[in-house]
Design a protein around this ligand. Structure first.
Ligand code: NAP
Length: 282
């Protein structure tokens, strides 16, 4: 069998960001207000600091203002909830991103729930999960939303297909399964207690790996011709799929980096501009 075609998330994300920048400029012209994303960072975890800086740089390039709120590591749940509530009420802020993880001593769910649904451009609240799952207007979780855009861009027909999602986190595994279900895929979730993971994955027409374990999904587990989405990002630019063996069996596969990662930020920027447009009544 020939090698899989690569799903180029970098190129697709670039097109989405260009379109988003065009919409942001138009909105700013019409209303005199630029879309604004507040990024909230608790502590100084180097990876989180880098992610926030990267998101702010991308915002700037797309004509989106960003407001950086940096809180000390010892911030309490109550203080964080207070900050997020006041950003939720601030009319000059249109989207809110709480960078996670936030630290063991903080109730992350309580913090997420302090974000107003209309500003939840990262799609982390209960309300966003529910609207996304029911196919109602709202914001999707960014990485899952980006994955669906990639599948659409490569004309992957999901109806009736067996989709296996490895991972069930609130921000990635669970919501991506819901989006696949909404497209009429038959969805199976796998997790750390799943027995015989390889044999479950082997039945999949579409595999989404969202685990955080380098190269957990191997080529021999991939049904020939399957579509493989690797959302994993581990040290050394390594995904959750063993790319070298999987590329020999799949029909389409995302590279790491350059597959799912850029789509996440593109979705965040797009949803921030959509949030601003709704709040500014345009
Ligand atoms: P997470 O919260 O740690 O969740 C990992 C999931 O994988 C859990 O549901 C866990 O099962 C499951 N799991 C762990 N070991 C397993 C095993 N041996 N077999 C089967 N399932 C197993 O991670 P996450 O936040 O969803 O992130 C997953 C990966 O995606 C990471 O590599 C992360 O860096 C990456 N990521 C990428 C982006 C992006 O923009 N590209 C965004 C977010 C995350 P249990 O539920 O049973 O514990």
């Amino acid at each position: 069998m020939s090698q899989a075609r690569l799903m180029d998330g970098t190129a697709l994300a670039r097109r989405i960001v260009e379109e988003t920048a065009r919409k942001a400029a138009e909105l700013t012209d019409r209303t005199g207000t630029a879309p604004c994303l507040a990024t909230v960072l608790v502590g100084e975890d180097p990876a989180s600091v880098t992610y926030v800086r990267m998101k702010q740089n991308r915002c700037r390039k797309a004509g989106i203002d960003s407001r950086r709120v940096a809180l000390p590591a010892e911030t309490t749940t109550e203080e964080l909830v207070g900050t997020l509530r006041s950003l939720s009420q601030d009319p000059s802020v249109h989207g809110i991103l709480l960078q996670h993880p936030v630290g063991e001593h903080i109730d992350e769910r309580a913090a997420f729930e302090a974000i107003a649904p209309e500003k939840d451009v990262d799609g982390v609240t209960f309300a966003s999960f529910a609207t996304m799952s029911f196919g109602l207007p709202g914001f999707v979780s960014c990485t899952p939303g980006g994955i669906l855009r990639l599948l659409d861009a490569y004309d992957v027909d999901l109806a009736g297909k067996r989709a296996v999602v490895v991972g069930r986190s609130a921000i990635l595994g669970k919501p991506v399964g819901m989006l696949l279900l909404a497209r009429d895929a038959t969805v199976t979730y796998c997790h750390s207690r799943t027995r015989e993971l390889s044999s479950v994955v082997r039945e999949a027409d579409v595999v989404v790996a969202a685990v955080g374990r380098p190269r957990l999904v191997r080529g021999q587990d991939i049904k020939p011709g399957a579509v493989v989405i690797d959302a994993g990002y581990n040290e050394g630019n390594v995904g959750d799929v063993d790319f070298d063996s999987a590329v020999e069996r799949a029909s389409l596969i995302t590279p790491v980096p350059g597959g799912v990662g850029p789509m996440t930020i593109a979705t965040l920027l797009e949803q921030t501009v959509d949030a601003a447009a709704r709040q500014l009544g345009v």
